[in-house]
Design a binder for this molecule. Sequence first.
Ligand SMILES: Nc1ncnc2c1ncn2[C@@H]1O[C@H](COP(=O)(O)OP(=O)(O)O)[C@@H](O)[C@H]1O
Ligand SMILES: [Mg+2]
Length: 283
Amino acid sequence: MAYPAVQSAGDTILEIDKLRKTHVSHSHGNKEQLTVIDEVSFGVKEGEFVTIIGPSGCGKSTLLNIVAGLEPYDSGDIVVRGHRIGAAGPDIVIVFQEDSLFPWLTVQGNVEFGLKEKGVSKAERKRIASEYIELVDLEHFADARIHQLSGGMKQRVAIARALAMNPRILLMDEPFGALDARTRQILQNEIQKIHEKTKKTILFVTHDVREAVSLGDRVIVFTHRPAHIKQQYIVDLPRPRDSEDPALIGIINSIMREIKEETSSVDGESQKERGRDRVELTA
Ligand SMILES: Nc1ncnc2c1ncn2[C@@H]1O[C@H](COP(=O)(O)OP(=O)(O)O)[C@@H](O)[C@H]1O
Ligand SMILES: [Mg+2]
């Protein structure tokens, strides 16, 4: 499919320009409109690891789904390498919190699945899948079934499956959100190593401030719904990052202050609602 060419600047791979999205839901015969994304604009550079943090329910998943081509949007532009995106394709792949791995396939079968769909030969599929299974340290589990794996291992498979498609952009929607703290930490280190090795462009959504700052080259802080950009931070710190680094802690504290400010400035909502929407403030 040919998309209309749009001018893009320098080495920016993804450009989101004045994006707006309103969900329409029908309840009790009434049509309700909920604006979740309000004129959001930002760019992502090739190879950059960008994290997005914002209160739960602000519109982060909606944004990622739109970029993945899974949901329509009302206005604005999403430009990938100078081309407006039209539909989901192998250029952009998304990893969810609890990924929909195929339980009837082995680890190898799951990682090969998309390649098979793309018409890649059997030998080539095997070679590519093995490479990514090794990258996520699951080479001893290539023939295992999904139900035999822990939550952390499943997310490793999901990451390998996404990378095997060689996407230009890897989207991750709270991929470690369902894992215990220890496993989460291990996978946070792992994704940094993977990013270093593959130089993939990653757009990673989280509601954990420490995770956002530990992983991102840049952190974008979203406001309460409807989401717009409150602040951006460049995290110019060496990797692997030291969790005790005062510079890292400084950025975490600054973002936590902003988010506190954000949650306390929400008008017209009950305390209960505010409590539910509060961002993870335990850094
Ligand atoms: N398909 C939909 N129809 C109506 N409302 C939706 C739909 N998807 C999400 N929402 C609402 O939009 C808001 C943003 O959702 P979401 O993007 O999932 O937030 P986040 O990922 O930041 O927690 C929430 O209030 C949610 O209930
Ligand atoms: Mg979400």
